[in-house]
Design a protein around this ligand. Structure first.
Ligand code: ZN
Length: 143
């Protein structure tokens, strides 16, 4: 069984026993290894099927967001990228406070009544269905 390869599209995937580093190399996604941000273990220490939490660091210099993923790490190679770049988590440049300032709606910040949390820690909600999946807290606007 050790030499069995799994065909997926035009790519011959290595056996499932192989680690994430080898798997990325087999898929031509060595670039993902540049985003590995886990200080506790290397990409050769987890399999692509692993459900343990690992840390990634966005490769874009202007972003540099770090995030942990508990899902199968192999999902990264299928396009699950940086959640900050995808607008799924609040960042210094993408949050409810910035939104209010950029759209001239500072009056909304004046009405902020949640003293435990800051508007910076929220995203503005949109009507797009993707917002149902965001992990971050969001502010729902009436329009
Ligand atoms: Zn990013």
């Amino acid at each position: 069984m050790g030499s069995v390869m799994i065909r997926r599209g035009d790519v011959l995937l290595p056996p499932r026993a192989q680690n994430l580093e080898d798997w990325c190399a087999a898929l031509g996604r060595e670039d993902l290894m540049g985003e590995w941000g886990d200080p506790g273990k290397g990409p050769d220490a987890v399999t692509r099927w692993s459900k343990q939490k690992v840390w990634w660091k966005c490769g874009k210099e202007e972003c540099g967001h770090r995030w942990g993923a508990t899902a199968q790490v192999g999902n990264r190679a299928r396009g699950n990228g940086c959640p900050a770049c995808a607008g799924k988590v609040p960042t210094a440049t993408n949050n409810f406070e910035v939104y209010c300032e950029e759209t001239g709606r500072q009056e909304l910040l004046g009405e902020w009544a949640d003293h435990g949390r800051r508007p910076k820690g929220f995203l503005r909600a949109t009507r797009r269905g993707a917002c149902w999946h965001v992990a971050a807290p969001i502010v729902w606007l009436q329009r």
